[in-house]
Design a protein around this ligand. Structure first.
Ligand code: SF4
Length: 211
Protein backbone atom coordinates (compact mmCIF):
# COMPACT_ATOMS: atom_id res chain seq x y z
CA UNK A 1 0.00 0.00 0.00
CA UNK A 2 1.39 3.45 -0.90
CA UNK A 3 1.66 6.19 1.74
CA UNK A 4 -1.35 8.02 0.35
CA UNK A 5 -3.41 4.81 0.25
CA UNK A 6 -2.49 4.27 3.89
CA UNK A 7 -3.86 7.67 4.87
CA UNK A 8 -7.09 7.02 2.93
CA UNK A 9 -7.48 3.67 4.72
CA UNK A 10 -6.81 5.31 8.08
CA UNK A 11 -9.45 8.00 7.44
CA UNK A 12 -11.94 5.28 6.45
CA UNK A 13 -11.17 3.30 9.60
CA UNK A 14 -11.48 6.33 11.90
CA UNK A 15 -14.83 7.31 10.36
CA UNK A 16 -16.07 3.74 10.56
CA UNK A 17 -15.13 3.53 14.26
CA UNK A 18 -17.23 6.64 14.97
CA UNK A 19 -20.38 4.97 13.66
CA UNK A 20 -20.10 1.69 15.49
CA UNK A 21 -18.49 2.40 18.85
CA UNK A 22 -19.83 3.35 22.24
CA UNK A 23 -19.16 7.11 21.82
CA UNK A 24 -21.97 9.31 20.50
CA UNK A 25 -21.43 9.59 16.70
CA UNK A 26 -21.78 13.39 16.66
CA UNK A 27 -19.14 13.83 19.38
CA UNK A 28 -16.92 11.19 17.81
CA UNK A 29 -17.15 12.69 14.29
CA UNK A 30 -16.34 16.12 15.70
CA UNK A 31 -13.14 14.84 17.33
CA UNK A 32 -12.45 12.82 14.17
CA UNK A 33 -11.27 15.96 12.36
CA UNK A 34 -8.60 16.57 14.96
CA UNK A 35 -7.30 13.03 14.40
CA UNK A 36 -7.55 13.36 10.61
CA UNK A 37 -5.53 16.59 10.71
CA UNK A 38 -2.89 14.92 12.88
CA UNK A 39 -2.61 11.98 10.45
CA UNK A 40 -2.46 14.27 7.40
CA UNK A 41 0.20 16.54 8.98
CA UNK A 42 2.30 13.53 9.99
CA UNK A 43 1.99 12.15 6.46
CA UNK A 44 2.95 15.50 4.89
CA UNK A 45 5.99 15.86 7.16
CA UNK A 46 7.18 12.43 6.03
CA UNK A 47 6.52 13.32 2.38
CA UNK A 48 8.37 16.64 2.65
CA UNK A 49 11.46 14.70 3.73
CA UNK A 50 11.13 11.85 1.21
CA UNK A 51 10.01 13.92 -1.82
CA UNK A 52 9.92 17.65 -1.03
CA UNK A 53 8.06 20.16 -3.24
CA UNK A 54 10.11 21.66 -6.11
CA UNK A 55 10.02 25.09 -4.42
CA UNK A 56 8.80 26.07 -0.93
CA UNK A 57 5.02 26.59 -0.82
CA UNK A 58 4.07 30.26 -1.26
CA UNK A 59 1.13 30.07 1.20
CA UNK A 60 1.38 32.21 4.32
CA UNK A 61 -1.00 33.87 6.82
CA UNK A 62 -3.01 36.69 5.27
CA UNK A 63 -2.56 35.36 1.74
CA UNK A 64 -6.14 34.47 0.99
CA UNK A 65 -6.66 34.49 -2.79
CA UNK A 66 -8.12 30.96 -2.70
CA UNK A 67 -10.65 32.00 -0.02
CA UNK A 68 -11.71 34.93 -2.20
CA UNK A 69 -12.76 32.65 -5.06
CA UNK A 70 -15.67 31.41 -2.91
CA UNK A 71 -15.48 27.99 -4.57
CA UNK A 72 -15.00 25.76 -1.52
CA UNK A 73 -16.99 22.53 -1.33
CA UNK A 74 -17.31 20.25 1.69
CA UNK A 75 -19.14 17.16 2.94
CA UNK A 76 -21.87 17.02 5.64
CA UNK A 77 -19.61 15.99 8.58
CA UNK A 78 -17.20 18.81 7.73
CA UNK A 79 -20.16 21.21 7.57
CA UNK A 80 -21.46 19.99 10.94
CA UNK A 81 -18.00 20.31 12.51
CA UNK A 82 -17.64 23.91 11.27
CA UNK A 83 -21.22 25.03 11.98
CA UNK A 84 -20.99 23.47 15.45
CA UNK A 85 -18.10 25.70 16.49
CA UNK A 86 -19.64 28.79 14.85
CA UNK A 87 -22.88 28.17 16.78
CA UNK A 88 -21.04 27.46 20.06
CA UNK A 89 -19.05 30.70 19.72
CA UNK A 90 -22.29 32.66 19.23
CA UNK A 91 -21.46 33.79 15.66
CA UNK A 92 -24.10 31.78 13.80
CA UNK A 93 -26.50 34.66 13.13
CA UNK A 94 -23.74 37.03 11.97
CA UNK A 95 -22.25 34.36 9.70
CA UNK A 96 -25.65 33.49 8.21
CA UNK A 97 -26.25 37.16 7.39
CA UNK A 98 -22.78 37.53 5.85
CA UNK A 99 -23.27 34.37 3.75
CA UNK A 100 -26.61 35.65 2.47
CA UNK A 101 -25.24 39.08 1.57
CA UNK A 102 -24.01 39.65 -1.95
CA UNK A 103 -21.96 42.66 -0.80
CA UNK A 104 -18.87 40.58 -0.02
CA UNK A 105 -17.95 37.87 -2.49
CA UNK A 106 -15.67 35.06 -1.35
CA UNK A 107 -15.80 33.23 1.93
CA UNK A 108 -17.82 34.93 4.70
CA UNK A 109 -15.36 33.55 7.29
CA UNK A 110 -12.48 35.62 5.98
CA UNK A 111 -11.59 38.64 8.14
CA UNK A 112 -10.27 42.02 6.99
CA UNK A 113 -6.65 40.92 7.47
CA UNK A 114 -7.20 38.01 5.09
CA UNK A 115 -7.25 35.47 7.95
CA UNK A 116 -9.75 32.65 8.43
CA UNK A 117 -11.83 33.27 11.56
CA UNK A 118 -12.31 29.50 12.00
CA UNK A 119 -8.96 28.26 10.73
CA UNK A 120 -8.77 25.26 13.07
CA UNK A 121 -12.20 24.13 11.87
CA UNK A 122 -11.85 24.86 8.14
CA UNK A 123 -13.00 22.29 5.55
CA UNK A 124 -10.66 19.67 4.09
CA UNK A 125 -10.60 21.45 0.71
CA UNK A 126 -9.24 24.58 2.44
CA UNK A 127 -6.53 22.43 4.03
CA UNK A 128 -5.73 20.89 0.64
CA UNK A 129 -5.14 24.20 -1.13
CA UNK A 130 -1.52 25.21 -1.60
CA UNK A 131 0.47 27.09 -4.18
CA UNK A 132 3.85 27.05 -5.82
CA UNK A 133 3.21 30.44 -7.46
CA UNK A 134 1.45 33.24 -5.59
CA UNK A 135 1.25 35.39 -8.76
CA UNK A 136 -1.10 32.78 -10.28
CA UNK A 137 -3.23 32.85 -7.09
CA UNK A 138 -3.68 36.60 -7.45
CA UNK A 139 -4.99 36.13 -11.00
CA UNK A 140 -7.74 33.79 -9.65
CA UNK A 141 -8.91 36.62 -7.43
CA UNK A 142 -9.40 38.72 -10.53
CA UNK A 143 -11.49 35.95 -12.09
CA UNK A 144 -8.91 34.93 -14.69
CA UNK A 145 -9.41 31.22 -14.06
CA UNK A 146 -7.72 28.78 -11.75
CA UNK A 147 -4.36 27.76 -13.13
CA UNK A 148 -2.41 27.66 -9.88
CA UNK A 149 0.51 25.21 -9.81
CA UNK A 150 -0.02 23.03 -6.73
CA UNK A 151 2.19 20.68 -4.80
CA UNK A 152 0.00 17.75 -5.74
CA UNK A 153 1.00 15.36 -2.90
CA UNK A 154 -0.30 17.95 -0.40
CA UNK A 155 -3.57 18.34 -2.29
CA UNK A 156 -3.97 14.59 -2.72
CA UNK A 157 -3.41 13.92 0.98
CA UNK A 158 -6.53 15.86 1.98
CA UNK A 159 -8.50 14.60 -1.02
CA UNK A 160 -7.74 11.03 0.11
CA UNK A 161 -8.71 11.84 3.70
CA UNK A 162 -12.03 13.09 2.38
CA UNK A 163 -12.61 10.12 0.07
CA UNK A 164 -11.71 7.56 2.78
CA UNK A 165 -14.07 9.20 5.26
CA UNK A 166 -16.85 9.52 2.65
CA UNK A 167 -16.61 5.91 1.46
CA UNK A 168 -16.91 4.69 5.03
CA UNK A 169 -19.89 6.89 5.89
CA UNK A 170 -21.71 6.06 2.65
CA UNK A 171 -21.41 2.37 3.57
CA UNK A 172 -23.07 3.27 6.87
CA UNK A 173 -26.03 4.74 4.97
CA UNK A 174 -25.15 8.41 5.43
CA UNK A 175 -25.84 11.10 2.81
CA UNK A 176 -22.50 12.48 1.60
CA UNK A 177 -23.19 15.01 -1.19
CA UNK A 178 -20.73 17.79 -1.98
CA UNK A 179 -21.97 21.03 -0.48
CA UNK A 180 -21.20 24.66 -1.22
CA UNK A 181 -19.50 26.29 1.78
CA UNK A 182 -21.28 29.58 1.22
CA UNK A 183 -24.69 27.87 1.02
CA UNK A 184 -23.93 25.83 4.18
CA UNK A 185 -23.07 29.01 6.06
CA UNK A 186 -26.33 30.60 4.87
CA UNK A 187 -28.48 27.82 6.42
CA UNK A 188 -30.59 28.73 9.44
CA UNK A 189 -31.40 25.25 10.80
CA UNK A 190 -29.91 24.62 14.25
CA UNK A 191 -26.86 22.38 14.40
CA UNK A 192 -28.44 19.77 16.76
CA UNK A 193 -31.33 19.38 14.29
CA UNK A 194 -28.95 19.05 11.34
CA UNK A 195 -27.03 16.34 13.24
CA UNK A 196 -30.23 14.50 14.15
CA UNK A 197 -31.48 14.39 10.55
CA UNK A 198 -28.12 13.49 9.05
CA UNK A 199 -27.48 10.67 11.55
CA UNK A 200 -30.91 9.22 10.65
CA UNK A 201 -29.70 8.92 7.03
CA UNK A 202 -31.58 11.96 5.68
CA UNK A 203 -29.99 14.87 3.86
CA UNK A 204 -30.74 18.06 5.80
CA UNK A 205 -28.38 19.96 3.48
CA UNK A 206 -30.51 19.86 0.32
CA UNK A 207 -30.51 23.66 0.05
CA UNK A 208 -26.70 23.70 0.20
CA UNK A 209 -25.81 21.06 -2.39
CA UNK A 210 -23.03 22.36 -4.67
CA UNK A 211 -23.69 23.15 -8.28
S1 SF4 B 1 -13.24 28.47 5.64
FE1 SF4 B 1 -11.42 29.72 6.13
S2 SF4 B 1 -9.77 28.80 4.90
FE2 SF4 B 1 -11.73 28.07 4.02
S3 SF4 B 1 -12.27 29.50 2.37
FE3 SF4 B 1 -13.26 30.24 4.28
S4 SF4 B 1 -11.80 31.73 5.14
FE4 SF4 B 1 -10.67 30.47 3.66
Amino acid sequence: MTLVEQIEAKAAQLANDCMGGTAKPDECLTSLFVQLEESASEHLTRLSILAPPPTPLHCKPGCSSCCKTGAVQLTPPEALFLLGIIETCGFRYAVTLAARSSARPGCPLLDHQGLCRFYAHRPLMCRAMNSLDVAECRKCEGGEGMDVPLWLPHFETYARVQSGMSASLIKKGKAMPFLSLRKVLALETSVPLLWEEWLKGANPFKAAVAG
